[in-house]
Design a protein around this ligand. Structure first.
Ligand SMILES: *Cc1c(COP(=O)(O)O)cnc(C)c1O
Length: 399
């Protein structure tokens, strides 16, 4: 009971913070983990308390001991420049809420051309209807983004790296240009998590997480989070409140449970994904591997400068082959499941094609593209699965 969360100024590594952050034994009779608090009404002890809204919790939607444990833990992980963390029912809700929070009718928004596709649909749909204009930039534009600012540009959205095509943007250069124009910088940090990319140290004002992925880590929740620095937090907090956004208590609990093991899971995803990526680079069927932590990747220098690690998601460009041969490859796999999302313990693969919706860049990789998520399985078992797939591809393409 006497041992509570270590103070923020104690020098501790992020791996240690993942274990200690957000723990409040005084709530818990000494238990390590918070209970799953389900609740709407919070009772106030006296009339004077309710008249002055006194007390740590006022209403279930605005926070519970369970949500406080998770948002405190995430805030600690984000570092000293994080002013607050909001919890949302999905990653997409985190993105749309953050954009609504920082923009208004008549504003202009700059978005990376490699952005998560539902984000693009939100910008072209709801935001456009509300009189907010979006234009797209080449993710590799760097400080050249300065020429795209209009007098009404209020925000820039980055995704580092793009979660299908893996272009690695120069976040500090983009952020410097944005701030020179008085625009806020938002970053979808789902791929790296706060453990491998410290958004607020790289010029980002609002860091967005699809916690459905690595923070949850077990493919069993939908969850999102928005972290913001002091310049953006008041707008984020207001929008989350006024839009009535809150996450379900079971998912909050599971996100916190996932967070505790994030460091060891990510380290394993990182190691296995790099090994698989290097192995795939050597395969005769493969034209190119898109993974910024590979020395051969054009984004490698930026990744090395700005990131402290890489995760389990990357893409592969195959040498030109008929679609039915790619499908034979995919259908032969047994360890790689086919489905959306990623960041769980299991390996996944999807075919994808960005060419139909890009507007600032042309997507012409030179062959069919597949995105892999490398899970926690044994890598030799995963390689053997892909070898069987490549045999099916060869048989189908008559090679
Ligand atoms: C999955 C994902 C999202 C959306 O998260 P959901 O929880 O599925 O709504 C947002 N951004 C990126 C990069 C993602 O991969």
């Amino acid at each position: 009971m006497s041992r509570s969360t270590p103070p923020d100024d104690l020098p501790l590594q992020p791996e240690t913070r993942l274990v200690t952050a957000g723990r409040e034994p005084r709530f818990l009779h000494g238990f390590i983990n918070p209970p799953i608090v389900r609740g709407s009404t919070v009772l106030y002890p006296t009339a004077d308390d309710i008249r002055h809204d006194r007390g740590e919790f006022q209403y279930g939607r605005q926070g519970t001991p369970t949500t406080k444990a998770l948002s405190d833990a995430l805030a600690t992980l984000e570092g000293p420049n994080c002013a607050g963390v909001a919890l949302l029912p999905s990653g997409l809700a985190a993105i749309s809420t953050a954009l609504l929070a920082v923009l208004k009718h008549g504003d202009h928004l700059l978005v990376s051309d490699s952005v998560y596709q539902p984000t693009r649909r939100f910008c072209g749909g709801l935001l456009a209807r509300y009189g907010i204009e979006t234009s797209y930039y080449d993710p590799l534009i760097g400080s050249g983004i300065a020429s795209l600012f209009k007098p009404n540009t209020r925000a820039v959205l980055i995704e580092a790296p793009g979660s299908q095509s893996f272009e690695m943007p120069d976040t500090p250069a983009i952020a410097a240009a944005a701030h020179a124009h008085g625009a806020l910088v938002l970053n979808d940090n789902t791929w790296a998590t706060p453990l491998y990319f410290r958004s607020f140290d790289k010029g980002v004002d609002v860091s967005i997480h699809a916690a459905t992925k690595y923070i949850g880590g077990h493919s069993d929740i939908m969850f999102g989070a928005i972290s913001a620095n002091a310049s953006a937090w008041p707008a984020i907090a207001e929008a989350v409140h006024l839009l009535g956004q809150c996450a379900g208590p079971d998912d909050v609990f599971l996100a916190l449970r996932g967070l505790r093991t994030l460091a060891i899971r990510l380290a394993h995803h990182q190691r296995s994904a790099l090994e698989m990526a290097r192995w795939l680079e050597q395969r005769p069927e493969v034209l190119r591997v898109l993974h910024p932590a590979l020395e051969s990747d054009p984004g490698h220098a930026i990744w090395k400068r700005d990131f402290t690690g890489s995760s389990g998601l990357f893409s592969v460009v195959l040498k030109p082959v008929a679609e039915k041969a790619v499908d034979a490859f995919l259908d032969r796999l047994t360890l790689f499941g086919m489905g959306y999302s990623w960041g769980g313990y299991e390996s996944l693969v999807i075919p994808f094609d960005c060419s139909g919706y890009r507007t600032a860049t042309t997507w012409a990789p030179g062959g069919p593209t597949l995105r892999f998520h490398i899970g926690l399985e044994d890598v030799n078992d995963l390689k053997a699965d892909l070898v069987r797939g490549f045999e099916a591809l060869a048989a189908e393409s008559g090679r």
